[in-house]
Design a protein around this ligand. Structure first.
Ligand code: BGC
Length: 431
């Protein structure tokens, strides 16, 4: 159970979820709509915009070799065509902080949030999105691209498709929140990425990805570029109707993206649980009776990751990077078990010939979980919401040890010694 020499071992974040004060984004507007679809506003998030260097130091001290973060379009292009040098300088410092610690920077150019002006014009429901997104990528990659180790264009490019039925229900259940959202956006709610599924979204998103990929490749030909996809383990009840529902879902939510990923450098796989299909034709992440559930209400299902990687590989033959896999739980012991079991699945898939090049845990810090607010705890590192103090969890130490050994057969370190050694190295506490 050991991994290839250059295997990517990382942890991920996304700008809006950790930086704090992303006031020029559409998500910020939605959080402050009255009433809001979001449980609470992001406010200062994890203050990562100021604390990125310490956070990257923790990641490096743990033993991880890659940091996946996102570049915030709303900061880089606050108004159409007006690019912020200061914002690009900030991300240059983030990238430098990575390299100075021996950490490879993996940047995502779009992780759910848009500048307000993009949303006002209809966002991901508007046909101008592809050219607009590509222009921002071209500019950004022109300045920063050469220094990246990996570039992800659009995070979970297929999540709007996967969420479309759920979002229909959310809109129908909360007409007042939808109306307030549309008022603050100045556009239909479909402008916001997570609500954009349907009505030609797939074609628009794929066009945006391809233009962005070409722009990044032109600026930085040596940097591997790919999209990331939300891919769950899919299972159907034996009934024909359930099997047909599963096939129809995969044809709509996975297949068009797999086709394009065939010509990318890598495919980012992001898996959290299992999606079950029943004879009524519905896809559901609702757990089966009696199953252990996570804070997200998902079935505890670490083996879903390998199933998703196998599916992606058989459909694309494109090298896979696991760009997100994780669990929301207060019980760090369950997180350790989840990580280990997920990695055992990855190792077994690799032994069967699935070309997996890395594993990036979601997420480095307990952070802002979109509409659910701060309650779900996905992090390897805890964040005190009042003081912003970081606290390294045993799961972080365990993953770091696996990464250093590049193998799974390490002792699970829960010992205070290991924790305090990492903490002392970077001046943070542990819990
Ligand atoms: C997203 C993250 C999110 C995570 C956990 C993924 O869909 O990329 O931003 O926090 O899942 O729900």
């Amino acid at each position: 159970m050991s991994f290839p020499a250059d295997f990517v071992w990382g942890a991920a974040t996304a700008a809006h979820q950790v930086e704090g004060g992303n006031t020029n984004s559409d998500c910020w507007l939605l959080e402050h709509a009255k009433p809001s679809l979001f449980a609470e506003p992001s406010n200062d998030a994890c203050d990562h915009a100021a604390r990125y260097a310490d956070d990257i130091a923790v990641l490096a001290a743990l033993g991880l070799n890659t940091y996946r973060f996102s570049i915030e379009w709303a900061r880089v292009e606050p108004e159409e065509g007006a690019f912020s040098q200061a914002a690009l300088d900030h991300y240059k410092r983030v990238i430098d902080a990575c390299w100075s610690r021996g950490v490879r920077p993996m940047a995502t150019f779009h992780h759910f949030t848009n500048p307000r002006w993009v949303a006002r014009d209809g966002g991901w429901a508007d046909d101008r999105i592809a050219e607009r997104f590509a222009r921002y990528c071209e500019f950004t990659a022109g300045v920063l691209g050469g220094e990246l180790a990996y570039a992800c264009t659009i995070n979970e490019i297929n999540i709007p498709d996967a969420l479309s039925e759920l979002m229909q229900r959310v809109k129908a259940k909360h007409p007042d929140r939808k109306a307030a959202a549309e008022q603050v956006l100045g556009a239909p709610i479909e402008a916001f990425y997570l609500f954009a599924g349907g009505n030609g979204y797939t074609e628009r998103a794929l066009r945006a990805h391809m233009l962005a990929r070409d722009a990044i490749k032109t600026a930085a030909p040596h940097v591997p570029v790919g999209m990331t996809m939300s891919i769950q383990e899919c299972e159907a009840e034996p009934a024909d109707a359930a099997q047909a529902a599963l096939r129809a879902y995969k044809a709509r939510v996975y297949a068009p993206y797999y086709d394009v990923a065939k010509s990318d450098d890598f495919l980012g796989v992001q898996t959290y649980t299992r999606t079950l299909f029943s004879a009524d034709g519905k896809a559901s992440r609702r757990p089966p009776e009696g199953a252990e559930v996570t804070q997200m209400g998902y079935e505890y299902r670490p083996q879903a990751l390998a199933a998703a990687c196998r599916d992606a590989w058989s459909a694309t033959q494109t090298p896979i990077l696991v760009t997100e896999s994780g669990i929301a739980t207060k019980d760090d012991g369950r997180r350790r078990a989840f990580i280990r079991a997920a990695l055992e699945g990855v190792a077994a898939a690799m032994a069967d010939g699935v070309d997996i090049r890395g594993y990036v845990y979601w997420t480095l810090l307990d952070n802002y979980e979109w509409m659910s607010g701060y309650a779900p705890l996905f992090g390897l590192v805890g964040v005190d919401r009042r003081t912003m103090a970081r606290a390294i969890k045993p799961s972080a130490v365990m993953l770091g040890q696996i990464a250093r050994a590049n193998a799974l057969d390490v002792q699970t370190a829960e010992s205070d010694v290991a924790l305090s050694a990492v903490g002392a190295a970077v001046g943070v506490g542990s819990n």
